[in-house]
Design a protein. Structure first.
Length: 218
C-alpha cells in the first residue's frame, strides 16, 4: 500500500504541480549529505511517520454474497493509515523553492482525494477513497522541528502532507451452507412426570417447570 501511495503522489505531482517542468521527484530523507549531492531541481516527499487512523476503524466484518445472495464468507473491514510526508523543494534559489512549494500546496488543495486515474496496485478501483490534507497543524506529539533535528539538517520551508489510505485485511471466515430444515428436538418425561415424548418444532417450547431451546442443524 505504501508503494502504491508513493506512485500516486509522484504521478499527481508531476501532472498537476510540475506540469512537465524539469524537476526531479524524490522520496529520500533530506539529510545534509543528501542535499549536498543535489545538482538538479528536486521536489522531495519524505515519508517520516505512519500510524493508524483509529477514528476510521470499523469492527463489524463484511459479508460476501454469491449470485443468489447467499453469504459465502466474511472478511474484516480494511484499516486506514495516515502516511505523513515532509515536502521540501531543493534548487539554487529560495524563490524557486517557494514557487515549487506553492504549486504543490495548490495541487493538494484541489485534490482532497487522490483521483482514480493515479491509483494503482491495491488502491486501484476507487472503491475506497484515499484522502489527503496539507499544511495542517501536526499533532501535539509530533513536531516538524523534531523531524529536522532527527535528520541532522537545517530547518527550511516545508509542507506537511498527510495521506489516509486503506489497507485490506487478508483474514477471511468461511460461512457454512444455509439451514434448509426446521430445527428438531425431543422432550422426554422425567420420572414422576406425566409429560409425553414428542417431537418439537421451532426455536423453543415451554413445558411446565422447564424451557427447551433448540439449535438448528445445517
Amino acid at each position: 500500500m505504501i508503494q502504491d501511495v508513493d506512485d500516486a503522489l509522484r504521478a499527481l505531482v508531476r501532472r498537476e504541480a510540475l506540469n512537465g517542468a524539469d524537476v526531479e521527484v524524490a522520496f529520500e530523507a533530506p539529510t545534509r549529505e543528501w542535499s549536498a549531492r543535489r545538482n538538479a531541481p528536486t521536489l522531495d516527499l519524505y515519508l517520516y511517520d505512519i500510524r493508524e487512523d483509529v477514528q476510521r476503524r470499523e469492527v463489524a466484518w463484511q459479508a460476501t454474497r454469491d449470485a443468489a445472495g447467499v453469504v459465502t464468507e466474511r472478511r474484516p473491514p480494511p484499516r486506514h493509515y495516515k502516511l505523513s510526508y515532509l515536502v521540501t523543494a531543493w534548487t539554487q534559489r529560495p524563490e524557486d523553492e517557494h514557487r515549487l512549494l506553492s504549486l504543490v500546496l495548490a495541487c493538494f488543495i484541489r485534490y482532497e482525494r487522490l483521483p482514480g486515474d493515479v491509483l494503482t496496485g491495491s488502491l486501484a478501483g476507487g472503491e475506497l477513497p484515499v484522502f489527503t490534507t496539507i499544511a495542517q497543524p501536526p499533532p501535539a506529539d509530533r513536531s516538524l522541528s523534531d523531524v529536522w533535528s532527527a535528520l541532522g539538517g537545517e530547518l527550511k520551508a516545508s509542507l506537511d502532507l498527510v495521506v489516509t489510505a486503506p489497507l485490506a485485511d487478508a483474514r477471511r471466515e468461511e460461512v457454512g451452507p444455509p439451514v434448509l430444515e426446521e430445527p428438531r428436538g425431543t422432550v422426554t418425561a422425567q420420572p414422576g412426570e406425566s409429560l409425553p415424548t414428542e417431537t418439537v418444532r421451532g426455536g423453543s417450547e415451554t413445558w411446565p417447570g422447564r424451557t427447551l431451546r433448540l439449535r438448528a442443524r445445517r
